[in-house]
Structures are given as C-alpha cells and as structure tokens.
Design a protein around this ligand. Structure first.
Ligand code: ADP
Length: 429
C-alpha cells in the first residue's frame, strides 16, 4: 500500500554480486542514493551520495559487483535483496561484444563487412527482461566510449517514444536510471497500432525502412558501425510473431541472437541458424527480478508513455494546445479502411483491402482522443516510407466551425501537414 506515510528512511547493505529489487509505490516517488561502495541500475553507474528520485510504479534493481550501501527514502510497493542473478552471464556477453567491436574498429572502414560491429537482437516472451538486458548492454558499451545504436521494435511497450512505433537512436552515454532513453534525435516510424496483427505487412514494411535508413547511416559512419546495434523485440514469439522475429533477424543482419528464458524458441532459432554460419544464437537465463505485467498494466503504462511524451516524466514539459482549420491538416491512414462487402465485389475478387494503401481520412468526431503522427513526407506517396517528426493529440473536433484542437509538444506550426492515423488513442487523465 503506497500511501504517503511519514517519510521512511532505510539503509540496505548489499553484498557483492547481489541486487536490491524495488517496485516504487503507486502514489509517491522514491528517493534513493548510494552511500558507499559502487552500484549500478541496469548498467548505469550511480554517482556517490547523489539522491535520485524515481517516479511511482517504476520497477528496477540496484546491482553491485563489489558491495554497496544504499539509502532509500519513501514508500515502496516491495523491496528485497537477491543474491542470485544472471548478471555475470550478461556481462560475459558484453565482454564478447566488446571484443567484436574492437576487432571491427581495428579493421579498415573500407571493408564494410569486416568493420561492422556486433548486431545483437534480444528475443523472448513478454516479461523475460528483454528491454532490461538491451539497456544494460547499451549502457556498458556507452560507458566504454562506444555509441551503439538502440533499435526498438516493440510497438507495445517501446522505450524510445510513444507506443505504436518502431524506432532507433544512438546511445552515447549510459542510460539514465530515471529518465530512460534520451529523446534527442530518434529515428521513428509510426505503425499506429499496439499489436502487429493489425497490419503485419505494414509492420514489416516499416522494419525494412528503418533497417535501410540505418544501413545508409552506418555506411558513412565507421564509429557507429563498429559499435553495432542492440535490437529489442516484441514478446510475441508464436506463429506470425515468430515469423516477424525471423524477418527482423534477416532484415537487420543480426549476428548475435540472445534468447531469454525460453527453451523452445532457443532451439527453433538455433536450428534456423544452422544455415547461417555467422549468426550466433545464445541462450540466457531470465532474471528472477523481472516483474510480470498483466494486460491491464500494459495498457495503463502505454497511457503513461503518451502522457510522458507530452508532459514529461515529472510534468516538466508544457505542451501547447493549438487550433487549426480542417483544411489545414491532411490526415491519412494506411491499410484497413472500410472494406467493400463481399456482395459488392465482382465474383472471385479479393475482399481484403491493400494493407499498404495510403488513403485520406475525413476529419470527423472519430478523430477525437487519437494520437496522430506528424510525417516527414512531402507528398502523400512518401508517407509509407517516411519517418515521423513527432505526435499530436486530438482534444476537440468542432464540426460546425470546422476547427480541430490538438495538443502538440510545442507551439507554432507543425513540421508537416501530413498526419498519420492508426488506432492509437489516449484518455488524458
Ligand atoms: P520485457 O522487455 O521482456 O517485456 P522488461 O525488461 O521490460 O521485460 O522487464 C519487465 C519489468 O521488470 C520492467 O518493469 C523492468 O524494469 C523490471 N525488471 C527487470 N529486471 C528486474 C530486476 N532484476 N529487478 C527488478 N525489476 C526488474
């Protein structure tokens, strides 16, 4: 019960190679600092004595390699110490990747094949610790001066931007334990739904676009090529989900596949890799600290992500409410759309709408509470292949006056009038 009681200060002594697992209470933030020794949160080292403030509901662990004393101030849902963790195996993977980065760097940048650092893809069921492991590998690499690229293909619980997107961003510093992935210049593609089954073709198309774009960037940047990438994936590993994993492995030319907590997936991928001599498939233990989140929790945390995009983690951003004429904004949707009933089609015609068709959307009340992406496209036929600048949230539609009110991260004109609509909605609370 995380109700704000009188402040509770508590010290915890951690032995070497153990961790303090914490779920912050539902209502109030938790303050925490390193009193002595050394410790890290998901690969990012804590500065001595500096208080950090963790928002309600956050789940994390403070791990120490050599021993530490931690001080906490505030209410937690749970906090306990664990001395059995898979961290040694995780850091061993990091050491192997580090070796490959150094080898790639030492080789001539003209040999684009040999000077390519590791491309790691992390796979496993939901709540196996994929995002967390990705984060550790990135932070450990950044600590040693690399700038690896983080690719997030998880449209349900992505950590780069709002849900419904796939995205990539270079990681130049260990990831901040509170703020998470820096949002400076991410490369974002808007899929618009939180499950891939809504439009598998679109998902694949965007994965192709993102991979191609990164390939272009790597071609002219030896530093980021040698640092390589860490790719986080969705927890959907059965049927079409499995197919999408194979598609991602191929498309990003992954050469290290880390499988978390699932024997079956591991052996399936191992079998596939037999025909791919330069792909290593490695099985890793899931951490006992990973917290399972049910569908309702996931749904809620999607809402928090959207809120965070507009208002900031600590309500430190001030989004702008803007009013536009219907005629100022051009809204498009990809695929789906109203399908002609079978009876209206010629005999033998395929009633499935083209999943990649880009069609204009009439502005009406249906847009209310939708989150739309602002495309970088200059023409409608570029929408499918363009990344997005950011997002707006529709707060009012006035049919009579033909005015649309929306929330945007800042005031002023949108970078483009082309907006993409999916099924992503949000109820501001
Ligand atoms: P996945 O990406 O496989 O769905 P995550 O890495 O997001 O799983 O982990 C699920 C949740 O568990 C997250 O909230 C994460 O912060 C938390 N978590 C992961 N590892 C630990 C740990 N060792 N101790 C406490 N919480 C953890």
């Amino acid at each position: 019960g995380g109700s704000a009681s009188a402040s509770t200060i508590k010290q915890v002594k951690l032995e070497r190679e153990s961790e303090l697992r914490i779920e912050v209470g539902n209502e109030t933030p938790l303050k925490l600092r390193l009193l002595n020794g050394s410790a890290e949160i998901f690969g990012s080292e804590l500065a001595p004595e500096m208080w950090l403030t963790f928002p309600p509901r956050l789940k994390f662990a403070v791990f120490t390699w050599y021993g530490a004393t931690i001080e906490m101030n505030g209410a937690t849902e749970t906090d306990y110490t664990a001395d059995e963790t898979p961290m040694v195996s995780y850091v061993n993977v990091h050491a192997v990747l580090e070796g490959r980065r150094n080898r790639a760097k030492a080789l001539s940048p003209n040999d684009s094949e040999a000077s390519q650092g590791p491309r790691v893809i992390v796979v496993g069921p939901t709540d196996s610790g994929k995002s967390t492991l990705s984060r550790m590998l990135l932070s450990w690499a950044a600590k040693q001066g690399w700038k690896p690229t983080f690719v997030d293909l998880d449209i349900g619980q992505g950590s780069i931007t709002v849900p419904g997107c796939i995205a990539a961003t270079p990681i130049e510093l260990p990831i901040d334990p509170v703020e998470g992935i820096p949002l400076e210049m991410p490369l974002v593609y808007f899929y618009g739904h939180t499950t891939p089954s809504n439009n598998v073709d679109l998902y694949k198309t965007l994965v192709n676009e993102l991979a191609q774009m990164l390939e272009t960037q790597f071609a002219r940047n030896a530093e980021s090529r040698a640092a390589g990438m860490v790719i986080n994936t969705m927890g959907w590993i059965e049927g079409t989900g499995y197919e999408l994993l194979l598609h991602a492995i191929d498309t990003f030319k992954a050469n290290v596949v880390l499988v978390l907590g699932q024997e079956k997936l591991f052996s399936m991928l191992k079998a596939v890799a037999k025909s791919k001599p330069n792909v290593d498939v490695v099985k890793l233990q899931k951490s006992g600290g990973v917290v399972s989140r049910n569908a309702k929790y996931r749904q809620k945390s999607r809402g928090y992500r959207i809120r965070e995009y507009f208002y900031g983690l600590a309500n430190d951003l001030s989004p702008h409410s803007n009013i536009a004429n219907f005629s100022d904004l051009l809204v498009y949707r990809i695929g789906g759309g109203p399908q002609a009933p079978r009876s209206a089609l010629p005999i033998g015609a395929d009633p499935i709408a083209n999943p990649l068709r880009v069609t204009p959307v009439n502005i009406d009340r249906d847009l209310l509470h939708m989150v739309l992406a602002v495309s970088y496209a200059k023409e409608p036929d570029q929408i499918l292949s363009s990344n997005v600048a950011g997002f707006i949230y529709i707060t009012d539609i006035d049919i009579q006056r033909k005015k649309i009110t929306y929330l945007a991260p800042s005031a002023g004109e949108l970078p483009s009038k082309y907006l993409i609509m999916g099924t992503l909605t949000w109820l501001e609370t």
